[in-house]
Ligand binder design. Sequence first.
Ligand code: SF4
Length: 407
Amino acid sequence: MAVSFVSEFNSLPVQSLVKHSQEARVQDVSASLAKSKLSLEDFANLISPAASELLEHLGRRSRAMTQRRFGKVIRLFAPLYLSNECINNCCYCGFSRDNPILRVSLSLDEMKQEAQALKEQGFRNILLVAGEHPRFVSNNYLRDCIAALHPEWPSVSLEVAPMETEDYRPLVAAGADGLVVYQETYDREVYAQMHTAGPKRNFDWRLETPERAYAAGFRRLGISPLYGLADWRREAICAAAHADYLLRNCWKASLTISTVRIRPCAGEFQPLTHIADRELAQLVCALRLMFPDVGIVLSTRETPKLRDGLIQLGVTMMSAGSHTEPGGYTGAGREKLHQTVRGRIVELASGASEWATPGGSQNGGQLTSATGQFNIADERSANEVADLIRKLGYEPVWKDWDAALTP
Ligand code: SF4
């Protein structure tokens, strides 16, 4: 690809924008709020410590803008984990290659069983998630999963290993319309420390993924850092620059930005940095004011209390009732649980890891479930979340109408 975000990213004055943010004064924040179109410097002002003093005002502006652009609507989606096999080692992820966890890859029928359970809960917007393992999660397998879902699911998105444009095309042809790829961290040094083995070590390849997906025909793109690796303001500024680039260069696609924070997982990684709940709320407001039409996604990584608050600030899309282990909704694939060592399936070692089942528990001495990617913080069912959304005066939307109307 001749031009890509990588070249723009390499010349981004990240340090000076972070400094700009840290040194912003309340009057700088007010000046940014008075503008109709914000620059990256303005965004840096809005996430500054000084802007935290104006959080209530930011919240009111963000809420009004969100309701004007999106209505009082929260779109619901569910992740369906296909496989927790992975050839990468990412320090913050339970699926890392070297973690002695219980693994499984769902067959097509098992995947359909899981999807049916989600459909019965009301979902019509599904995100297929898988670790990176070409042997267990081949492109043909993904294509078959998408093709099986497409007739009944108006929106099928993917969060899987990055691919070449040509490899994405059959997935789009099979019916996938959205692609989510988290950069994890925009700090090259931290990225190198966190990704100790596997193809994911290639920072630039990952950074260009949304562009390759767009070229292949995906019309919904999702990006985010994983907050908890590098300084959150630095990550947010880089993510904003990335979003700005995609809005200019991939303008036929709708864009979402997530606000994901690290959660406990196998491997027991401890976050390297901290972003407080109040700062996360400030970030949501700043993203909304900077990007009035971009979807803001909130996952079950956050607590019910925080999620309920953020619904009213600028979030437009939420997962609910999520399981992060393959087979989590129905128990599909349970009889195939195994460990994987150097790409080979091996018999289960007893008590493989305290993370071997959710919560580290066992059922009558039997391991019962594949290991999840991380522990969720909002354990309410999808219907409970939908009821809460209604109680707050918003409409929960299970089907993504934009996607349904796209030819
Ligand atoms: S973050 Fe993705 S690539 Fe890394 S170990 Fe987890 S599933 Fe694999």
